[in-house]
Ligand binder design. Structure first.
Ligand code: BGC
Length: 733
């Protein structure tokens, strides 16, 4: 029988037999019995979750993993509750389960959609082997503010790159068929605009105009819906005065209406209850009513639905049809996952034993890690290192750290499972390595309140590191931010190198000028001093399990780096928010050309633009661009450019196409990424790269969210970074 008919039968039959209480139960999600990922609601201890499972009052659980654990809870629901509707188990599988890929921001730097898809597919495979059906990923919040700790979890500042990455991740997690045993449901989060938290402070107010909402914040979500994402998570933030969890315009009109999203919406952790704290709902009943009416189908952990929804329907305040719609969506996703065929299909201890942290996965995450690395600067071609005949000092707090490179959001992964930098480099036995940490970044090992635990006093290991640097031909400095300094709840106003690292770099530079900074971070940092004084900088993020091997591949020249920044690096934290696709303003330059003429849009103490802009990234070779041709005679604009590898080694380049719509009814940015292509070009050779852009893709959303294309003059810019100068201007009708 056709599965879609069968599905409608199963789902509709169930809905017609469910009590009101059972419907509310499907809309209720509890965290497991350990390791919560947010504050537990008041009175949590008083709830007997087992009893609720038996009574059909729970539709989903999060933070439960393991074939045995998930089986035992599933068994209660399936065998003891009246209707036996299986649970859907959700978990934050953000960049892998135990075998970790780079943090998502780093992966985005690869601009390699197939690698990103594969990485998500691997995560799905491992997660499904421990009973997980559903990941709360990908996060696709665009952010322009490096102070916000959660930038590590997204794809950076650009809506086009963000949309491509969102779609690739959704396809990776969900595969072709959600009912396959090694695919899991994805969740596009956080709907919407959470990344625009004022001043980069997590959970803070968001107040952006509707043009920015439609053109910048929403496109990745639309791309995820078009890629078939099964679920969406709303968020904690207020958007223009309304908490997004209670925002009907976002959830009902746009997501479920205009975009036709047919999956379900889950709240963020306690975000329904927090509408009371926001001052948007009077009490729990009001919060539940507002969330359900706005289109929130399942509630994560504030108990407003379970405590109030039944009464609200019985009192005629909430229409039961809203519950039916929510339950239909939830049951449909469960059906699509194959849970009605076999609720235990993900609970297989044998598979768990074989497939978790399997050695066979390592090559996939190592490749993803190498592709994520960005070469920011390489004076005197200090990189790659010679494979022999050199004495190299490796200095810094991350040289033998086997946890921090795993990054944040890795709840299920074990500490101490990353390949360290030292382990990655040691196999190159013809280099004379000296390892000296020089300093410990942290006062304690694994701490959640990191800000107070950074080492700002202990310089006792400085002398040994300085001696090592003095005696070496080259110095590798492994410095940056700790893996737990970014992520949820980890905003910072100071994004310079934490602790004593700056001091140590300055000391090292005094004794050796051949320094290469290996920058470990989850966000763009203020590295202005290093950019002016350190000859080479390699951005190595937090690269996951294979970190040390991947860094060694690049440092030793086994792999030619090709990553490009998904988010610009600032000249100063005071520039935040900082983004390449800004408007021109009415006074973009000093037209008077008088040095102390101040009436133009600038700072008195720092340039406007990024230190390293969006799209920037070097290679061990060089590329030259020429012969840009644009033809706009038909419905499709054909763009052609010649790219030559002008260096001595083969290399890959991400060729980026930007446009500028010169005049429109809504002011358009000075540059917008519209397409890119990652190509491999042998040393000395040239390639002609072609892009075909449908004319309609030159359009934009107006303030009401209507998409429009307005004919007129456009500029087309192509190059290896968002600051490329190669430009052609053309009228498009
Ligand atoms: C985060 C979500 C996450 C949820 C469950 C919340 O605090 O904002 O992104 O999925 O917790 O862990």
């Amino acid at each position: 029988m056709d599965r879609s008919y069968q599905r409608i039968d199963v789902v509709e039959d169930l809905i017609s037999t469910m009590t009101l209480e059972e419907k509310v139960g499907q809309m209720n999600q509890y965290t497991g019995f350990w390791d919560p990922t947010g504050p537990l609601p008041e009175g949590d201890e008083a709830i007997d979750k087992y009893e609720h499972l038996r009574s059909g009052l729970v539709g989903s659980m999060l933070n439960v993993i393991g074939a045995e654990e998930t089986r035992s809870l599933q068994k209660i629901v399936v065998e003891e509750s009246r209707l036996g509707i299986p649970l859907i188990f959700g978990y934050d599988v953000i960049h892998g389960l135990k075998t970790l890929s780079p943090i998502p921001l780093a992966e985005a730097a690869s601009w390699d959609m197939e690698a990103i898809r594969k990485s998500a597919a691997l995560a799905a495979r491992e997660a499904s082997a421990v009973g997980i059906h559903w990941t709360f990923a990908p996060m696709m919040d665009i952010s322009r503010d490096a102070r916000w700790g959660r930038v590590m979890e997204g794809a950076g500042e650009d809506p086009y790159l963000g949309s491509r990455v969102a779609a690739a991740r959704v396809r990776g997690f969900q595969g072709e068929d959600l009912s396959a045993p090694n695919t899991i449901a994805a969740c596009a989060k956080h709907f919407a605009a959470y990344g625009f938290a004022e001043a980069g402070r997590d959970y803070n107010t968001v107040d952006i105009g509707t043009v920015t909402l439609h053109n910048i914040a929403l496109p990745p979500f639309k791309a995820a819906v078009d890629a078939g994402v099964a679920t969406v998570m709303n968020g904690f933030n207020v958007l223009n005065g309304v908490p997004v969890t209670g925002d009907a315009y976002l959830q009902r009109d746009i997501l479920k209406g205009r975009w036709g999203f047919d999956g379900f919406v889950v709240s963020d952790w306690a975000s329904v209850g927090e509408m009371i704290t926001h001052g948007f709902a009077a009490d729990g009943a009001d919060a539940a009513q507002k969330a359900v009416s706005a289109g929130c189908d399942m509630e994560m952990e504030s108990r407003m639905f379970i405590r109030n929804l039944r009464q609200l329907v019985e009192n005629g305040i909430v229409d039961e049809a809203l519950l039916d719609d929510a339950v239909r969506r939830i049951l449909t996703v469960k059906y699509n996952l194959g849970l009605f065929d076999d609720p235990y299909r993900y609970c297989d201890e044998q598979r768990e034993a074989n497939e978790v942290f399997a050695p066979a996965y390592r090559e996939v995450v190592r490749d993803m890690a190498r592709k994520s690395i960005v070469l920011l600067k390489n004076e005197r071609n200090l990189l790659p290192l010679k494979q022999e005949g050199q004495r190299v000092a490796v200095i810094g707090p991350f040289i033998d750290d086997d946890s921090s490179p795993l990054g944040s959001w890795r709840k299920a992964a074990d500490d101490h499972t990353a390949v360290t930098l030292k382990e990655g480099l040691m196999p190159y036995g013809n280099v004379e390595w000296i390892f000296e940490k020089g300093l410990d970044l942290l006062m304690e090992e694994r701490v959640w309140t990191l800000e107070t635990k950074i080492n700002t006093t202990d310089r006792s290991s400085f002398p040994a590191a300085i001696d090592a640097a003095k005696s070496a031909d080259v110095v590798l400095l492994a410095m940056g931010e700790h893996g737990f300094q970014s992520a949820e709840g980890r905003s910072r106003v100071n994004i310079e190198l934490p602790g004593l690292q700056q001091e140590l770099i300055e000391e090292i530079l005094k004794v050796n000028q051949n320094v290469i900074l290996l920058l470990h971070t989850g966000r763009p940092l203020d590295i202005v001093w290093a950019s002016e004084n350190v000859p080479a900088i390699l951005l190595v993020w937090q690269l996951g399990t294979e970190s040390g091997n991947a860094i060694a591949d690049v440092v030793m020249g086994k792999y030619n780096p090709a990553g490009k920044l998904p988010m610009g690096f600032p000249r100063h934290v005071g520039q935040m928010p900082l983004y390449y696709n800004h408007y021109n303003t009415g006074r973009p330059v000093n037209t008077q050309n008088i040095e102390d003429f101040v009436f133009w849009s600038h700072y008195g103490d720092v340039e406007n633009d990024a230190l390293f802009p969006f799209g920037h990234g070097l290679s061990y070779t060089t590329f030259e661009y020429a012969n840009l041709n644009v033809n706009a005679s038909g419905d499709v604009i054909e763009i052609e450019v010649e790219v030559q590898n002008t260096g001595n080694v083969d290399g890959e380049e991400v060729i980026q196409l930007y446009i500028r719509d010169e005049v429109a009814s809504v002011v358009r940015p000075v540059r917008e990424l519209k397409a890119f292509d990652k190509v491999s070009i042998p040393a000395g050779e040239s390639e002609v790269i072609q892009f075909s852009l449908p004319k309609a893709s030159l359009g934009f959303y107006d303030g009401r969210g209507e998409y429009r294309f307005e004919p007129g003059f456009f500029q087309f810019m192509v190059g290896g970074s968002s600051d490329t100068a190669l430009n052609t201007r053309l009228e498009v009708r």
